[in-house]
Design a binder for this molecule. Structure first.
Ligand SMILES: [Zn+2]
Ligand SMILES: [Zn+2]
Ligand SMILES: [Zn+2]
Length: 498
């Protein structure tokens, strides 16, 4: 392996120093090998119809079928029960098991899933290998069935799928490709909301990256893991460049060249696993082997796509709504709102806080609003920050007009009261740019949200001048049987005229 180029080496040369003794797989080799790729076991596997796809193959067997697979499972298990043990799902009490920050499995109770549904998801996995194209999709389905309501967002599901995939056998023909992909994945960074550079104190830089940048990082990693990319130097080079330019903040850009050189070395080492094996599935169609001309076209198309790819404009895709039912019912019961109100009240004792409660919606998702608060910034500044981190085009709805607002008393309290008031339409949304869900969203009209915010803002204006209002409020919250009564009673706090 060659040494990493000095930091001054311009990127286009990063891949070039590869010595002729370890060339990337040439297009010609791919050409020859492709002709041997028909009717391989991996192909045959691909022909099995997915449970949710329209019939594309006569050999489909519904997941609910009682018929056992004829051949023993390559996982070395032949039953759902054994598979459960292998995947760590057979615990004394059914637990979520998602990777938590301290690397231990989450111990929250598993989502209430019908046993049949879980068994179907497991049965659908019995014959699969890491080479099976349907494996990720089916594992994602399984993860979404077992993860708790805190770990239902795509990053958490994706991590679980990766760790489960490793427990499956590599498969036949494409086994080496799978294992090369795995090795490359281990070497590449995970998409991150913060710069991956190392500070002078040898700690990871925590500087926040913009939502667009995070999306570029996620996308570049996905692309690099595709065999048609990592086997083609000229395409790989561009995606590595996209990745390294996204992954570092302006203070640590100087680390990106050596880091990228490390990724490339690792990718080349992984590719060396493939040297005597047939190439990956890519753009060849099943009817015949592609001509070198066609391969050139493929390469240049991939290269052009990589070069011109970037996150343009704001993300206007529909919000991915996460398990709103379990969120409302389990996590945000009346009791929880009451507890939160008490905590906020406790924090308010002492100094008087002022700030803003704001409401906004995002382009492409009318009918959903976010209700939040800020003390240190103006509503407009906070909304601009959200726009940047989530890469969404925000329309400020409240205060109106944004920018001319005056601060209100105890904004944190008004926020939680508004959330409680709107609790039945509360939703959690996944955010690709933040790699994490947001929970202050409501499926309601802007007008209703504004009415609620104005109602509680007027309320605080009236009562906050009175002595002992916090104690009175605390007593009401503690005494109320549920949130509905609690909010009603709060609105009736007597205003004494001096
Ligand atoms: Zn969990
Ligand atoms: Zn940094
Ligand atoms: Zn976000």
């Amino acid at each position: 392996m060659e040494n990493p180029p000095p930091p001054s080496t311009p990127l286009p040369l990063l891949l070039a120093p590869s010595p002729p003794t370890s060339p990337g797989l040439s297009e010609r080799k791919i050409d020859v090998a492709k002709s041997e790729r028909k009717d391989t076991p991996a192909r045959a596997l691909k022909a099995i119809a997915l449970p949710n796809t329209p019939p594309s193959s006569p050999s489909q067997r519904g997941p609910g079928s009682s018929e056992e697979p004829e051949s023993p499972s390559p996982l070395g298990v032949s039953s759902v029960a054994q598979l459960k043990i292998r995947l760590g799902l057979e615990t004394e009490t059914p637990q979520c098991g998602a990777m938590t920050r301290n690397e231990r499995g989450c111990r929250n109770p598993r989502r209430a899933t019908e046993k049949d549904e879980l068994d179907q998801a497991l049965t659908a996995l019995l014959n699969l290998t890491q080479s099976s194209p349907e494996l990720p999709q089916r594992l994602t389905k399984l993860a979404s069935l077992v993860h708790c309501h805190m770990h239902d967002y795509s990053t958490a599901l994706g991590r679980r799928v990766v760790s489960w995939s490793d427990l499956f056998p590599l498969g036949d023909l494409d086994a080496k490709i799978s294992s090369a992909i795995k090795r490359i994945r281990d070497e590449l960074p995970e998409a991150s909301k913060t710069c991956i550079g190392i500070s002078s104190k040898k700690k990871q830089c925590r500087l926040k990256l913009s939502g667009k940048t995070v999306q570029t990082m996620s996308h570049s990693i996905q692309e690099i893991l595709k065999p048609q990319v990592f086997l083609r130097d000229e395409v790989l080079e561009i995606w590595i460049q996209n990745l390294r330019e996204a992954a570092f903040c302006c203070y640590h850009k100087n680390q990106c060249l050596s880091k990228a050189a490390g990724w490339i070395r690792a990718i080349k080492a992984a590719r060396s696993l493939l040297e005597s094996s047939p190439p990956p599935p890519d753009t060849a169609d099943a009817t015949g082997k592609p001509t070198p001309d066609q391969l050139d076209t493929v390469s240049s198309t991939l290269r052009e796509t990589a070069k011109h790819w970037k996150v343009t404009g704001y993300d206007t895709s529909p919000l991915r709504i996460l398990s709103s039912e379990s969120w409302n019912v389990k996590d945000w019961s009346s009791e929880k709102y009451q507890d939160r109100i008490l905590v906020v009240l406790e924090n308010l004792k002492g100094e008087e806080r002022r700030g803003y409660v704001y409401v906004y919606e995002i382009k492409g998702n009318e009918g959903y609003v976010k209700v939040g608060y800020t003390e240190k910034k103006t509503a407009q500044e906070r909304m601009n920050e959200w726009s940047e981190t989530c890469n969404r085009q925000i329309t400020g709805i409240y205060p109106r007009p944004v920018g001319l607002e005056r601060g209100i008393h105890s904004p944190a309290l008004i926020e939680i009261l508004c959330h409680a008031d709107l609790r039945t339409c509360r939703v959690r949304v996944d955010c690709e740019a933040c790699l994490h869900p947001h929970s202050e969203w409501f499926q309601t009209s802007p007008q209703q949200a504004v009415d609620v915010v104005e109602k509680w803002s007027r309320w605080i204006d009236e009562i906050a001048g009175q002595p002992g209002w916090r104690d009175e409020m605390e007593a009401i919250v503690l005494e109320s049987a549920d949130m509905e009564h609690c909010l009603e009673s709060l609105l009736q706090i007597k205003i004494c005229d001096d």
